[in-house]
Design a protein around this ligand. Structure first.
Ligand SMILES: Cc1cc2nc3c(=O)[nH]c(=O)nc-3n(C[C@H](O)[C@H](O)[C@H](O)COP(=O)(O)O)c2cc1C
Length: 318
């Protein structure tokens, strides 16, 4: 599948480590048919060495169109990992050149590649040579500022990248301050490939408001426990609490297919706030759910909450 086969704006689930695993991606797909899904990042050397890490390549056919995101610094490892990924039949490979985590940057991965343009291009070329998949790059505005964004991305385009996603913050900013989209619009005027904007998008409508000359947008944090965020709220009504709990329970079941009980229970906490956000008593319920000592009581609490749904009124304030 090529970008030209997809309808614009390209609406994408942003890659998020510990969040966008196959369970959550399947839930996003169930709710929003047109979203392009991106996996959480996976280290290329891990993929080569470890059968356990390779399990992260598993996905459900419903997830198409789907990009697998990888990170690392060795072009040969990227080539080997790319072959493995191609065998899985995904739409493309996304290379992370924006992660600011200390451990990642110290290993010359992620954001560090913005400072080593030659190495970044060698990686892209290596992936392009080793497989026939589309290659995209997700990066940030730059290290301290956006001065180098256009030359960096032009080099990536020449190396064979067919899509760019820009998180509108610098490495130094981390997640601080507001995302700056003006630099992304400027970039789009200077490359010939699709560009997606990313950073602080609230929902589909807000993403469309940010589009300007871009080809699409990614939504990250606002999608956690809220797979409806990709729907056009003018066409689809917001789900009621009962629907949200039903989907949360399905999500938990899917998570259990890939994680043991104690891990799934712990990891699901990250999504809970999103699923029940905006409803009266949400905070108190979340606390109860977090304290559930085992799966049985956790599911029971959610089901009980669903039964009592008429007692809860939608309240933006809670
Ligand atoms: C928990 C978490 C994990 C993330 N993991 C990744 C990742 O694996 N790869 C990546 O490119 N970006 C990652 N990001 C960054 C997001 O993809 C996105 O660029 C960022 O959150 C800004 O978008 P948002 O404001 O819509 O959340 C992560 C962000 C969060 C909050």
């Amino acid at each position: 599948m090529a970008w030209s086969d997809l309808k614009k704006p390209y609406v994408c689930l942003a890659p998020m480590d510990g969040i966008t695993n196959t369970a959550f991606r399947q839930i996003v797909r169930k709710v929003s048919k047109r979203v392009i899904l991106f996996s959480e990042f996976t280290n290329v050397d891990g993929l080569i060495r470890s059968e356990y890490v390779r399990q992260r390549l598993n996905y459900h056919p419903s997830e198409h169109p789907f990009f697998m995101q990888i990170f690392g610094s060795n072009p040969d490892s990227f080539a080997e990992a790319a072959c493995m990924i191609e065998d899985r039949g995904v739409m493309g490979i996304d290379i992370n050149m924006g992660c600011p985590a200390k451990k990642v940057v110290h290993s010359q991965h992620g954001s560090a590649l913005m400072k080593d343009v030659d190495q970044a291009c060698r990686i892209v070329e290596s992936v392009r040579k080793s497989c026939s998949l589309q290659v995209s790059v997700k990066t940030r505005l730059g290290w301290n500022n956006s001065d180098n964004l256009i030359p960096f991305c032009r080099r990536l385009e020449s190396a064979g990248v067919s899509l760019l996603t820009i998180h509108g913050r610098t490495y130094k900013q981390g997640f601080k301050g507001d995302a700056n989209w003006d630099a992304i619009y400027d970039l789009k005027n200077n490359v010939n490939i699709p560009v997606l904007g990313n950073g602080d998008v609230e929902d589909y409508y807000d993403g469309c408001q940010h589009m300007n000359n871009l080809d699409g947008f990614m939504i990250g944090r606002r999608a956690i426990g809220n797979p409806w965020v990709f729907q056009d709220c003018q066409k689809y009504p917001q789900p009621d609490l009962s629907t949200r709990i039903t989907v949360a329970l399905e999500h938990y079941d899917l998570l259990r297919m890939i994680k043991p009980e104690h891990i799934a229970l712990k990891e699901f906490r990250k999504y809970l706030g999103g699923y029940i956000q905006g409803f009266a008593h949400a905070k108190a319920f979340r606390c109860q759910l977090i304290e559930a000592s085992d799966e049985k009581s956790f599911i029971h609490l959610l089901e009980e909450m669903k039964m009592k749904v008429n007692d809860f009124h939608f309240s933006q304030a809670s």
